[in-house]
Design a protein around this ligand. Structure first.
Ligand SMILES: [Zn+2]
Ligand SMILES: [Zn+2]
Length: 338
């Protein structure tokens, strides 16, 4: 960190001026790199904007890589929720292009505005040291809770009339999603649902909460993992929903894509359960469980055929529900579908 101290002696850029009087020897390695980044870039707005954008891109595509590999290895097929629907490389590439389009049109400017917005609401950005894990954990839980509720409500609105037809329909292109499809959406949807991710931290800071942007970064990384894993299409015996029963996971969201209705939340199952928007899902799970018990002595082929038929039935119902949603007015007027 000697260059940090030496730069303080010469001409100071705006970032260097911020760190005057900071005792760098008391910082840990990550905190030192954080300060070095702000000093190297020289402009806090660009430093925060660039770091936010790079973090999002690296984590998003980095987290998708294991799922692309898993899709290419037949051994993992036994844990695929809709085994007959493995994405082709062509589908994955088409999806990547749309995701990049959304990232560069909506997310890039939004991320760029995040530093001024964060500063306006009193969030710490360039400051070191970071808050402790004990301070961060309850804040991150609040962001999870807030986003889940926001998404539960906004997602249901996106399932009606023109909002569905012109915005959310794109995300429902894949009835069997895969990791890369997590942010496969219309730029307006990325903006609407992205609000749920960022509004929690903004409100928390606006109401006087002591919040550092590094906590927001940890939250965004966890949220990206949640979204990509929920779209992965795989339910492993070690998946989080088998450890935390109220965690949604891929099993919950895959059904949303297959059946079109039910399961509107992101991270937790409680709102769908409390509001009765998971009844079809729970019925389906019950049927699968009962059939598995009844078909105990059947061959694997017979069991697979039964599950395929059940899925086809659910998907057909979903297509009907989709046509109804498109025909329905914004305020939920009756649909006329033949
Ligand atoms: Zn949806
Ligand atoms: Zn989805």
């Amino acid at each position: 960190m000697s260059f940090l101290n030496s730069t303080l002696a010469g001409g100071l850029n705006p970032a260097e001026q911020l760190y005057q009087g900071t005792d760098f020897s008391s910082l840990n390695w990550v905190e030192k790199q954080w300060a070095a980044w702000y000093i190297w870039i020289g402009n806090p707005i660009i430093a925060t904007g660039l770091m936010s954008f790079l973090l999002h891109e690296i984590v998003y595509f980095g987290r998708c890589i294991p799922w692309i590999i898993i899709d290419a290895v037949p051994y993992f097929r036994k844990w695929k929720l809709q085994p007959g629907k493995v994405p082709t490389p062509q589908e994955q590439w088409e999806c990547t292009k749309q995701v990049l389009f959304s990232h560069f049109t909506i997310e890039l400017p939004a991320i760029w505005l995040f530093h001024p917005l964060a500063e306006t609401f009193g969030m710490s950005t360039w400051q070191v040291p970071f808050p402790s894990w004990k301070a961060m954990a309850p804040q991150i839980f609040f962001f999870f809770f807030f986003e889940d509720l926001f998404h539960f409500l906004a997602h249901q609105a996106l399932h009606t009339g023109i909002l569905y037809k012109h915005i959310h329909k794109l995300h429902h292109k894949y009835s069997a999603p895969f990791g890369l499809a997590a942010e496969y959406a219309h730029p307006a949807e990325v903006f609407i649902l992205g609000t749920g991710t960022l509004l929690g931290p903004i409100l928390y800071a606006a109401f006087g909460g002591d919040l550092h942007i590094v906590t927001v970064y940890v939250w965004i990384v966890l949220r990206l993992f949640q979204a990509i894993d929920a779209h992965s299409g795989y339910d492993f015996p070690w998946s989080l929903q088998h450890i935390i029963p109220f965690w949604s996971g891929a099993d919950h969201h895959d059904f949303h894509h297959m059946a079109f209705t039910n399961n509107y939340s992101t991270s937790f199952r409680w709102w769908d359960w409390a509001c009765g928007t998971d009844t079809k899902y729970r019925e389906y799970k019950k049927k699968v469980k009962a059939a598995k018990a009844a078909l105990k002595n059947a061959t694997q082929d017979e069991k697979d055929a039964f599950e395929r038929n059940l899925m086809a039935e659910v998907e057909k119902d979903g297509q009907r529900a989709e046509a109804e949603a498109e025909a329905r007015g914004l305020l939920g007027g009756k649909a006329k579908v033949q």
